[in-house]
Unconditional design. Structure first.
Length: 498
């Protein structure tokens, strides 16, 4: 059992989509607001380990229980250690988690992440597992404390939940119906982030461009993009992930006409076959999808478009798959995230006839990956000779130390590795370079930088990394009163990535 005044460390292990990444920032903020400190990387175990889970892939369950099993002997040898499981898989499996892994202390869902510190303390005091799953959203996550992962780029959630009924997806059942934030609240959060040094934000939603359906304004998303254009100091705006059904002309116009909205679009295709799209309950067809791509390219010729594709959906024929290949050739995606269909219990597709044999799915997957690799390389080669302003990133180039290069993102989100300038450059600063070489998944600028622009975002990164951490006062051991403000032993670090 922990002693009064003893600082407890935490570790969060995140799986899944950007929503989970952003939720983990909220969980970090909540724990630090309650007096916990993040365990250093490579440390020999944390006092509290939190799994923020995903339920989209078929092996999600096995992965979670495997990781929990590895922690069991560590927990047994370490009195006072706690394990918590949250996220989509926790929302789905609920009591099953504690039955399969009785050494877990807390299980919480997607709708009540704000309860984590209280549940941990309750489990410690009562010495029994606490399972609390809310059926609807208790508080919009953006109202919770946050420990941003980046000083220069941030996620900003504009909605949670999804109103679609795609037959392969379990997310709407776990995240609930779409709930939109008020535009004023969103813009206030963005302005606060920019004031702290953030220069790039990504608007986040399960179906981001459906924003407005909950507040009764069909053009709310395009209005929000244009409003972002009026925020001084906000240099780059991105969003993910949209749905072709809701991708309207006013959104394309807002992207093209708002200078700080980047020429980048992630537009999930899933399949190029009208038959498969119907079986998926995707409310568009190939012609509609290609029409959107054509309009985007007409408005923004330099836009980089990426996508998601599922291979081997139940009933997919060779002809269906050929239609997907055709759509990929026509769309000329800069990048595609391709997935082999994964059966998820609780989804309509899991019970469909004509499940495709693994060998067939694998063969199709390899053909699609090879085609997309070829297209990605061809599209990247078109960037050679262009001069681009790159937002210097932290941790994007794994070989940067060995190559003496830096890495960052071009306006269209392509990854660029570039020669280290003579003058000091920090993550968050801007470097203008000329592209000299293209690979399928990155660009290279081998010559000297054309210009270096030191930014407030770079200042924020420098301040965050230079400031010594104030030692927290320790976790309060009395049960917190629900609704009462949590103790704040240390100031939150400068905001960064959502």
């Amino acid at each position: 059992m922990a002693d009064v005044g003893v600082t407890r460390s935490y570790e969060i292990r995140t799986y899944g989509c950007q929503m989970n990444v952003h939720d983990s920032e909220r969980l970090s903020g909540l724990l630090e607001d309650a007096g916990y400190v993040r365990a250093p990387k490579g440390a020999d175990g944390a006092d509290v380990v939190v799994f923020n889970t995903c339920a989209v892939r078929e092996n999600a369950d096995n992965r979670l229980y495997g990781n929990l099993g590895q922690l069991a002997p560590q927990k047994a040898a370490r009195p006072g250690m706690q394990i918590a499981v949250g996220g989509c898989l926790a929302q789905k499996d609920r009591d099953t988690i504690v039955k399969k892994a009785p050494w877990v202390d807390v299980v919480f869902g997607t709708h009540n992440i704000g309860k984590l510190p209280v549940l941990l303390e309750r489990a410690r005091v009562l010495e029994e597992a606490q399972v609390e799953i809310a059926e609807s959203l208790e508080a919009f996550p953006s109202t919770l404390p946050t420990r941003r992962e980046s000083a220069y780029a941030a996620w900003v959630s504009i909605s949670v939940g999804c109103n679609n009924t795609c037959t392969f997806c379990i997310v709407p059942a776990l995240r609930g119906k779409e709930k939109d934030r008020r535009p004023g609240d969103i813009l206030a959060e963005i302005e606060a982030l920019v004031a702290e040094g953030v220069s790039e934000i990504t608007l986040l939603g399960q179906n981001v461009n459906a924003y407005g359906s909950d507040i009764g304004d069909r053009e709310a998303f395009s209005k929000l993009l244009r409003a972002c254009g009026g925020i001084e100091g906000l240099e780059r705006v991105r969003f993910t992930s949209p749905h072709p059904r809701d991708f309207t002309d006013d959104v394309i116009a807002a992207m093209a006409e708002t200078p700080n909205v980047m020429p980048q679009l992630h537009m999930p295709l899933q399949s190029g076959s009208d038959t498969v799209l119907k079986a998926m309950r995707r409310s568009y067809r190939q012609e509609r999808y290609l029409g959107i791509i054509e309009k985007v390219r007409a408005a923004m010729p330099d836009a980089a478009i990426s996508t998601d594709i599922i291979v081997g959906f139940p009933g997919e024929t060779d002809e269906d798959f050929e239609q997907t290949l055709h759509t990929v050739r026509e769309s000329r995606f800069a990048q595609a995230f391709t997935f082999q269909y994964s059966k998820r219990p609780g989804t309509p597709a899991a019970d469909m006839a004509d499940q495709i044999p693994k060998a067939v799915v694998q063969e199709r997957y390899e053909r699609l990956a090879a085609l997309q690799e070829e297209i990605s390389w061809e599209e990247n080669k078109k960037q050679v000779g262009r001069t681009l302003e790159v937002l210097v990133a932290e941790g994007e180039g794994r070989k940067d130390d060995a190559t003496r290069r830096l890495s960052g993102r071009a306006p269209d989100n392509r990854l660029v590795h570039f020669a280290r300038p003579d003058e000091p450059v920090r993550p968050g600063d801007m470097v203008t370079v000329e592209i000299t070489y293209a690979a399928p998944h990155h660009l290279l600028a081998e010559g000297p930088a054309r210009a270096v622009r030191r930014t407030r975002a770079g200042d924020a990164w420098e301040k965050r990394t230079a400031a010594p951490a104030e030692r927290p006062k320790g976790v309060l051991l009395g049960l917190p009163t629900v609704g009462a403000p949590a103790p704040s032993p240390a100031p939150a670090p400068a905001c960064g990535r959502d």
